[in-house]
Design a protein around this ligand. Structure first.
Ligand SMILES: [Zn+2]
Length: 337
């Protein structure tokens, strides 16, 4: 969490308040904003410091703000925030995963609200909670919500930002929380992306990645195990995605127990097998990882216990088994199936 008001004073940004949103002229040096188009959240217990410009689509967390305004590299901006004691708790700084969101013309649509879970529309909050997720998941993954009363295509949906591993916004998935003909909306054009990669360890530390199909499956595996996840978002694997997955020693493919899931898993195995160890892990019939998690988070964790070195709890993830040990544990399990 960040002391937003002190931070804005220190950066010389004049603002007006509207509820939990502070509004100001966009402070990004490339944007000469004549009317205030920029907002930042300063909310009790919420995402302190998330900000977004509706005119130029720039946005991110406090690190991105300081980096742009003071012309610093992100790591120096982070140090600046910590030195100046703007961090009320360490946690929110680590959650800051967004930088400039406009990539290839994609920005965060303005109707998406990034507000604390307790202020989400009731139906959206209940949907998320029914699936076993709470405020920690909303904060960790920067989930947003679009009210059902909005007049846009995204209305009545939970907004799941998909970032790259530098934390930049790539694309999104939008999951309906009520009745809708299409469960997921996703932009038709967008750069290739892997959901979850902003939390991958540095390349030299990469051991195991779990590859489920959809974003909620990835959220479930993350919450249950703390293992790195990489969802390909239902698309056929693209070469770019395969190359990224191949930076792990072991790729555990956790696809849905249906024909499409098996086909995707087999395709991934064929494409990746020459570079890395691929384990196809079958789930019980009729239940995808998100469903298993919804039924019982402990069960999902137990299903992935074979990976070895699962973190005790929380989210700072390094698979502790050595390279050989991790791979052997996985291989043993694969033979046992
Ligand atoms: Zn702007």
């Amino acid at each position: 969490m960040i002391d937003v008001l002190r931070l804005l004073d220190a950066l010389g940004i004049e603002y007006t308040r509207r509820g939990s949103q502070l509004r100001a002229r966009c402070p990004h040096p490339d944007h000469e904003d004549l009317n205030p188009s920029w907002t930042i959240v300063a909310d009790e217990g919420g995402r302190h410091g998330f900000h977004h410009c509706f005119a130029c689509q720039w946005g991110g967390g406090p690190v991105a703000l300081v980096a742009a305004v003071l012309g610093l590299e992100p790591k120096d901006a982070r140090a600046w925030l910590e030195d100046g004691d703007y961090a009320v708790t360490k946690l929110e700084l680590e959650l800051d995963v967004r930088e400039r969101p406009a990539v290839a013309g994609l920005g965060v649509p303005p109707e998406v609200q990034f507000i604390p879970l307790e202020r989400w529309p009731k139906a959206a909050r209940e949907y998320l909670e029914r699936r076993g997720f709470g405020a920690a998941t909303v904060d960790r993954w920067g989930l947003g919500v679009v009210s059902a009363t909005e007049k846009t295509q995204l209305r009545g949906r939970i907004f799941i930002p998909v970032l790259d591993d530098a934390g930049e916004f790539r694309t999104y998935q939008a999951r309906a929380f009520g009745k809708a003909a299409t469960r997921y909306l996703t932009p038709t054009a967008g750069p290739p992306a892997i959901f979850g990669c902003q939390y991958w360890p540095a390349p030299v530390e990469r051991q195991v990645v779990v590859v489920p199909e959809g974003p909620f499956d990835a959220l479930a595996v993350d919450a249950a195990t703390g293992l790195p996840v990489g969802s390909l978002l239902g698309s056929d694997p693209q070469p770019w995605q395969l190359l990224r997955l191949a930076t792990f020693r072991v790729v555990v493919v956790l696809t849905d127990p249906d024909a499409a899931g098996r086909k995707a898993a087999t395709a991934l195995q064929a494409a990746l097998a020459r570079w890395t160890r691929v384990v196809l892990h079958a789930l019980p019939a009729g239940r995808d990882p998100a469903q298993v998690y919804e039924d019982d988070p402990v069960e999902l964790r137990a299903m992935l216990q074979f990976v070895g070195g699962l973190p005790g709890d929380g989210h700072r993830v390094v698979v502790s088994a050595g390279p050989g040990a991790g791979a052997e544990a996985v291989a043993g399990c694969a033979r046992g199936e």
